[in-house]
Design a protein around this ligand. Structure first.
Ligand code: HEM
Length: 519
């Protein structure tokens, strides 16, 4: 009544305009509600949690979970729904979580862009190779691929051995938190290999502010993805978490800028490199596309930030968790040690040479099993730009998909007894009939990991050098808990007991490893 009175007090033209506006708005709302009803029905009939909240979608259940409970919940869901399930992130956004080769491979083979959750890392990594999409990604990938050519990777092996020297010499205590020590070592390696930047990182204390900043940034990145209230930038950056994220970004940028500045000064002083290898930073500074365009200063910093993060944090996680599994399983540890003894017998040095890498077959199986069980990068995401049919369901354009690598690696339909650490799964006879998409620690398809050979080589050298010198056992006084951020981490460190191991005196006792290794 009151509204009618107010309308009648307006001039006829204004009255007409108001009525037309209100009618148009009502039509829009009705259209949206009709659309939402069918959208909601479509996604809600897909397999997935039925306990739905109009604020949190399906997230409310796991909100108060500890990181370990959250992992358990996700793995249980992968068992409950064999190939994929739907999860509402708030009431408006369904995410399709895939954890079977049949459902993941369609997406991995495609060039669909990264899902919007990656944008949360934009203030840190910018439009670097990991986050960017489309022609910008294609150009960067093409220009940067030569930085990972085998000829370039070869001298990196010596760098990994020297960094491993520092790591094994630094071990004085029998009980040691290995995750942070290994992180320093892998940061040292990527800085020296990719940027020719030597800063005695490992000698500068228990941890490094950059490693700490990356740890915080990756955690805050995934925390933001779980909180629909933080979707909008302007709300997030007003919050204390958002401000802290920004501060860590600024610090990470300052590290990258220092590295670039040091290289530019060196280039001015010494001219283009003659003796040393062309590294990733040389390529970044000198690469030109077909139109003669190089990377801009911001693009260079974005790539340095991306490679510093992607190149040390992932490898540290893979190495540390594999060492942990070996500490839990002395029988496999001994087998690796025997393989190393067999390889290095009669040598003056413990260095694992470039030519040795292919020969360390059992260590390779162990590393792969470590990356399966602990799934270094647990999730990656894509957004559909066109409808895609997965398991007879045609998902509409715009759907967010989460490729649950951890769920895949623990899927009992794909891996028998998936919670058990068993390196023999990767014995050539056992793996040869497996689907190639059953094990994707480095992702697969066009957006696979550009640094995977680098990472595997580095893992072999560092794990090999540690096991050559030490026997590892779990510390009974330390409870290891897992949590997932951009990489899988220990919630309260990874403490192991290290004792100096006796090197094998005679390789003739090692019967199993005579496959050509000692040649
Ligand atoms: C064990 C170690 C590593 C693991 C498990 C790993 C895993 C992955 C995964 C799963 C992806 C796909 C990410 C996505 O789709 O969002 C990826 C991409 C990438 N990785 Fe790695 N990575 C490792 C080491 C490295 C290293 C050592 C470097 C650099 C030296 C590196 C650089 C990158 C980059 C730049 C991308 C983005 C590639 C693109 O989209 O074209 N990674 N990695």
């Amino acid at each position: 009544m009151e509204v009618a009175n107010q309308l009648s007090s307006l001039s006829p033209t204004i009255r007409l305009a108001v009525i037309a506006g209100m009618t148009a708005l009502t039509v829009q709302i009705i259209r949206w509600l009709v659309w939402y009803r069918s959208f909601f029905r479509f996604f809600n009939q897909l397999p997935g949690e039925t306990d739905f909240s109009w604020v949190w979608g399906n997230l409310h259940k796991t909100h108060s979970y500890t990181p370990e409970q959250r992992i358990r919940y996700l793995l249980e869901s992968s068992k409950k729904y064999p190939k994929f399930f739907r999860r509402w992130i708030g009431p408006l956004k369904p995410v399709i979580v895939l954890h079977h080769p049949d459902t993941m491979k369609t997406l991995l083979k495609s060039s669909e862009p990264k899902s919007p959750g990656y944008k949360f890392a934009l203030p840190w990594l910018g439009e670097g190779l990991l986050i960017t999409n489309g022609p910008r990604w294609y150009r960067s990938r093409r220009l940067l691929t030569p930085a990972f050519h085998f000829d370039i990777l070869k001298p990196y092996n010596t760098i990994s051995n020297r960094a491993a020297d520092v790591l094994v010499h630094a071990v004085e205590k029998t009980s040691m938190e290995i995750y942070s020590s290994v992180s320093l070592c892998t940061l040292d390696v990527i800085l020296q290999c990719a940027m020719s930047y030597k800063d005695d990182i490992q000698l500068k204390g228990e941890s490094h502010p950059y490693v700490q900043a990356v740890m915080q940034l990756t955690e805050m990145w995934s925390e933001r993805g779980r909180n629909p209230l933080f979707v909008l930038d302007f709300i997030y950056f007003l919050s204390s978490r958002g401000r802290m994220f920004k501060a860590h970004c600024n610090f990470a940028h300052s590290v990258a800028e220092n590295v670039i500045k040091a290289r530019k000064e060196r280039l001015e002083r010494e001219g283009p490199p003659k003796k040393r290898h062309l590294d990733f930073l040389d390529i970044l500074l000198t690469a030109r596309d077909e139109s003669g365009q190089g990377f801009t200063p911001l693009e260079i910093r974005n790539e340095v930030d991306t490679f510093l993060f992607a190149g040390h944090d992932t490898t540290a996680s893979a190495i540390a968790w594999t060492l942990y599994s070996l500490a839990q399983h002395p029988q496999y540890q001994q087998k690796v040690q025997e393989e190393l003894d067999c390889l290095l017998a009669g040598r003056q040095s413990d260095d694992i040479e470039w030519e040795d890498l292919q020969k360390l077959e059992y260590l390779t199986q162990v590393i792969k099993e470590g990356m399966r069980l602990h799934s270094t990068v647990p999730f990656i995401g894509r957004q559909l730009t066109k409808p895609m049919t997965i398991e007879d369901v045609t998902l509409p354009e715009g759907t967010w998909c989460s490729l649950n690598i951890m769920g895949l690696h623990h899927n009992p339909l794909v891996w028998s007894d998936p919670e058990t650490f068993d390196p023999d799964r990767f014995h050539p006879d056992n793996i040869k009939n497996k689907d190639t998409y059953a094990f994707v620690p480095f992702s697969a398809g066009p957006r696979n990991c550009i640094g995977q050979h680098f990472a595997l080589n580095e893992q072999k050298v560092i794990i090999g050098r540690i096991l050559r010198k030490f026997k590892l056992t779990v510390d009974p006084n330390h409870k290891v808990q897992k949590k997932i951020a951009a990489v899988t981490r220990p919630a309260t460190g990874l403490r192991l007991l290290l004792t100096q191991g006796l090197q094998q005196s005679s390789v003739t006792e090692v019967v199993w490893c005579d496959r050509s290794i000692a040649a």
